[in-house]
Design a protein around this ligand. Structure first.
Ligand SMILES: Cc1cc2nc3c(=O)[nH]c(=O)nc-3n(C[C@H](O)[C@H](O)[C@H](O)COP(=O)(O)OP(=O)(O)OC[C@H]3O[C@@H](n4cnc5c(N)ncnc54)[C@H](O)[C@@H]3O)c2cc1C
Length: 404
């Protein structure tokens, strides 16, 4: 395979890199608080000023035509080929920026699902404001007793004339406190087998009867929420796909979600920071980067990081051949989130007792950054389906192993 780029592609990279460096520095600043944050912690922000920065950054990405290179031109995307998309991911991840501005969920999974399965009216109504950032979206799937076993969900919607009336509760809903709209999985036929009585709705978060309550994570941030529905009226025209056939729609969306979950981890950037850290701290009585165990571990991470990049290119290339993302997208999600966790745990190992210290003062080796990263890293192995569930999917649907 030839991994070299044409002059035109190199020009695209150069212009994009200049744009990203200038724009992100202008919007976020250049210190550890500016670009040093991992992707998801930018999305985590409950702080209003930080959120406004993210919206401003989103708008600039949109105006420059970079916000959704992978969407077709017909719906306002870039209609870009494989190489341009790969270059975009490389450059954004190099700087540790969010791939899709402030509207990650809309652009990586909800918009593509509406394009695949929504009505023409839904496409015309909802897609453009996703790109501009005027309408932020969240995803109401998980419930207190339905996470890995998503099809066990109990939030109920009853069709009354031209509207559904929704009652129930969702949990762990990222961005619900910022979102204007939500995709909501509801049970519309309680008498049917559990995968068959579900429907997929698009819900305006301002509808009377919706209450959003923040949940605080171990990091101290409250990026996700409980959401309660008390006789919430949703117009029937906001049903995606057929009534009681929402499971198919939700699975399509989960595949788009997992396809983007691997690329979301700025693995190479974290690896480079880990190498820098090894030059700053001691391990076993010698500078860490001279210790054979540290060197071996870093080399292993470097080759794993290369696998993540190649898996990312493979997923992009399958997508461009027109294939909807399949169960193999679980591989990128699983491998990247577990590698991210292993790398942050190794940083803590190198830092030793310092790994437990957190304060606001900038310090050598960015020790606070690693504390936050370590606390954040576990969540990526849970969100979008846990690592155990990804193993099950790969075992059963990719490798066709017998069920245990
Ligand atoms: C940061 C973050 C953001 C999130 N954002 C959203 C969001 O925006 N919208 C949304 O709807 N949800 C969201 N979630 C919820 C997420 O999808 C669920 O947490 C996840 O699917 C797991 O479900 P659960 O928490 O109910 O755990 P459970 O399903 O109760 O699982 C508990 C444990 O049992 C294991 N387990 C369960 N079933 C099996 C099995 N069959 N085989 C092997 N092991 C199994 C799991 O791997 C896990 O270790 C988010 C979660 C996190 C951490």
């Amino acid at each position: 395979m030839d991994f070299s780029y044409t002059a035109e592609q190199e020009k695209f990279r150069e212009e994009l890199r200049a744009f990203l460096e200038k724009t992100s520095a202008e919007v976020f600043g250049t210190g550890a608080e500016g670009l040093g944050q991992s992707t998801a912690s930018l999305l985590d922000v409950r702080d209003d000023a930080r959120w406004r920065q993210l919206l401003a950054y989103h708008r600039k990405l949109y105006e420059a035509g970079y916000i959704a290179l992978h969407w077709p031109k017909e719906w306002g995307g870039g209609g870009a080929g494989l190489v341009e998309q790969a270059i975009y991911q490389d450059e954004v991840l190099r700087l540790g920026l969010p791939l899709y501005g402030a509207n990650q969920l809309a652009i990586d999974r909800i918009g593509p699902t509406i394009m695949l399965m929504g009505t023409e009216a839904q496409k015309r109504r909802f897609l453009k404001p996703m790109l501009t950032g005027e309408e932020i979206w969240c995803q109401g799937y998980s419930e207190p007793n339905a996470g890995s076993d998503l099809a066990g969900l109990q939030t109920r919607a009853v069709l009354e004339g031209d509207s559904f009336v929704v009652n129930g509760q969702k949990v762990w809903t990222s961005l619900a406190h910022r979102a204007h709209f939500q995709v909501l999985l509801v049970r519309t036929d309680p008498s049917a087998p559990k995968h068959k009585g579900i429907s997929y709705l698009l819900v305006d978060m301002k509808t009377p009867g919706i209450t959003v309550k923040p949940l605080v994570k171990i990091t101290g941030h409250a990026g996700f929420n409980e959401v309660f529905y008390d006789n919430v009226v949703v117009p029937r025209e906001n049903l995606v796909g057929e009534l009681n056939k929402g499971w198919e729609v939700s699975v399509a969306m989960l595949m788009f979600q997992r396809m983007s979950a691997g690329p979301r981890q700025p693995i190479e950037r974290i690896l480079n920071q880990l190498i820098e850290l090894s030059k700053e701290v001691e391990f076993g009585g010698v500078p860490a980067h001279r210790h054979p165990y540290v060197r071996q571990t870093l080399i292993r991470f470097a080759s794993d990081a290369q696998c993540v990049s190649l898996a990312r290119y493979r997923a992009l290339s399958a997508h461009l051949k027109g294939k909807p993302p399949g169960p193999e997208s679980s591989f990128g999600k699983l491998f990247a989130s577990e590698l991210n966790l292993r790398m942050t745990m190794f940083a803590a190992e190198m830092l030793g007792a310092y790994a437990a210290i957190e304060n606001d003062r900038p310090n050598r080796a960015n020790r606070d950054l690693w504390v936050r990263r370590l606390l954040n890293a576990r969540e990526y192995t849970i969100a979008g389906g846990t690592s155990e569930i990804q193993h099950n999917i790969i075992g059963e649907r990719v490798l066709h192993l017998p069920k245990g």
